[in-house]
Design a protein around this ligand. Structure first.
Ligand SMILES: [Zn+2]
Length: 180
């Protein structure tokens, strides 16, 4: 049941042998098709400490100071997208998830958590996660600095959360000495 978020009806939350709970395609999905719209409660990053510990993982960074957190104490289907270092979905804006390529029925839908996390401001929160996604390009450790990796900036161009895409463009402008 989704109350605050929207999940494409061609997707389902189910248990898998390899990844545990995850979101899977029930039908073929085309590149750039909308997969989910994340809703919830806007929080300052440090306000995460005030929600129950088992719910803290269901937050998504929206900007250096803000996260989208759960609006209730029960996870929603859209909380179950797993991370992959070789994902098939990415962001449009900050809360829309779209397919980065054509996806076949039965495939798990994943995004790279590096698309949404960056260093937090006015908070001591540090994001770091071990990864065993099994892809050929697995980074083993996912950190809030990963958006700065040049190969990810190329691979996910246009699919980072918008606030990170903006940071990348700003960084590149500076390194090339501006457009003029
Ligand atoms: Zn990985």
């Amino acid at each position: 049941m989704n109350t605050n978020s929207w999940l494409n009806p061609n997707l389902e939350n189910r248990n898998s042998d390899t990844q545990g709970w995850g979101i899977f395609a029930k039908a073929d999905i085309r590149k750039d098709e909308r997969l989910a719209i994340f809703g919830g409660k806007i929080m300052l990053i440090d306000e995460m400490y005030q929600i129950p510990e088992n719910m803290q993982r269901y937050t998504m960074q929206l900007e250096e100071r803000f996260v989208l957190g759960p609006a209730s104490t029960i996870p929603e289907d859209t909380d179950f997208f797993n991370h992959s270092c070789d994902p098939n979905s990415g962001f449009r804006g900050q809360v829309f998830l779209v397919a980065m390529r054509d996806i076949r029925a039965g495939e798990e839908i994943t995004f790279d958590y590096g698309m949404t996390v960056s260093v937090s401001v006015q908070s001591d929160m540090i994001f770091e996660m071990d990864c065993a996604c099994g892809s050929h390009c697995c980074r083993k450790t996912i950190t809030e600095q990963d958006w700065m990796l040049p190969e990810l900036q190329v691979r996910y161009k246009g699919y980072f959360s918008q606030y990170i895409q903006d940071k990348i463009e700003k960084l590149n402008e500076n390194s090339f000495g501006g457009a003029d």
